[in-house]
Ligand binder design. Sequence first.
Ligand code: SF4
Ligand code: SF4
Length: 381
Amino acid sequence: MKRRDFLRLGVLGATGAILGRVDLAGAAKKASGPLPFPAPVYRTLGRTGLKITVVSFGAMLTPEPEVIRTALDHGVNYIDTARAYMGGRNEEVVAKAIKGIRNKVHVATKIRSRSRTKEAMIGDVETSLRALETDYIDVIQLHSLTGRERIFEPEMRETLLLLRRQGKVRFFGVTTHTNEAEVVNALVDDPDRFFDMALVKYNFRSGKDMKKAIARAAQAGIGIVAMKTQAGGYTTDALGPISPHQAALKWALSDRNVTAAVPGMRDMAELREDIAVMGMRLTLADSLILRCYGAAVATRYCHFCGKCEETCPRGVAISVVNRSLMYAEAYGNPELACATYGGIPPQASAAACLGCGRCTARCVNGLDIAEKMGRARVLLA
Ligand code: SF4
Ligand code: SF4
């Protein structure tokens, strides 16, 4: 069955096979004939002035450079990678994909969250430059901020300015999965407006506080790139053969304050599924799909809001443990899951959980957190 056949099916009448993204990708692979790529659609990344494609390339899960190169050959011009992805190898994949066309592509990578000193930050950037086989990084981002404090650290700012003076980086950004509204608001409230952009978790399950923060950022000339637009990308049988992933991507891009989204694309089938969204509008059918999908994954999807963490007597980093679990169970990426989990100090890992259940009462989603901590201990320890 071809992808367009899936899309013709009505949501409410859909029954039968269990298909998530992986299964849809498998079906798309079997589709005969070339699948058309749409004309690229661009938006401007805040005051950087970079005009980037609304569907850009999240490279974190992509093992083959050819997949990225195909996207670039069809007009995609922004790639998001990180020092931490694939144990450092992801930037090497990107390097192969951009060989010979470096000046046509904007590359964003990240300084690891544990690299806090000047030496460590410079070390990360130098390593990224070597791995990417490039002289400069277009957007360098501080990885995985969970609050406002880091944004104002003088040593960090001096180091980034030094790297810019040396021509090694062009623009500054941050990334955030937890407390993202607080982080984005801090960028706007910063009297120096030091940061040019933010890569944020933003999807149809996000709250009004995040929508407002994004609007403020756009008003202030801070570019917003959306990640985790699929709310975990969990599989479900609630939608029959309908994939929710295009609808989820359309939802994020329907917010004009979002410059672009960077869905992770593992292979050609996923690339085709995501890139097709370029220029599409969110429809009523999409909203229905997302309502069904959201309800189906509600007991699994953690917002990483961190609101439960203050109730924990052991100081367990619940949101990061849950993100690690999502990488293992929904993304099917044990390497990323273990790397993320390994970044948690041992005293705040799932091993410290007593199973007392106090945090569950505070969970905005009603998740059984103790049960998730137990699963993380088994899967990730
Ligand atoms: S169940 Fe675990 S994570 Fe939750 S409050 Fe108790 S010790 Fe903390
Ligand atoms: S478990 Fe619940 S309260 Fe805690 S971070 Fe996740 S969604 Fe937020």
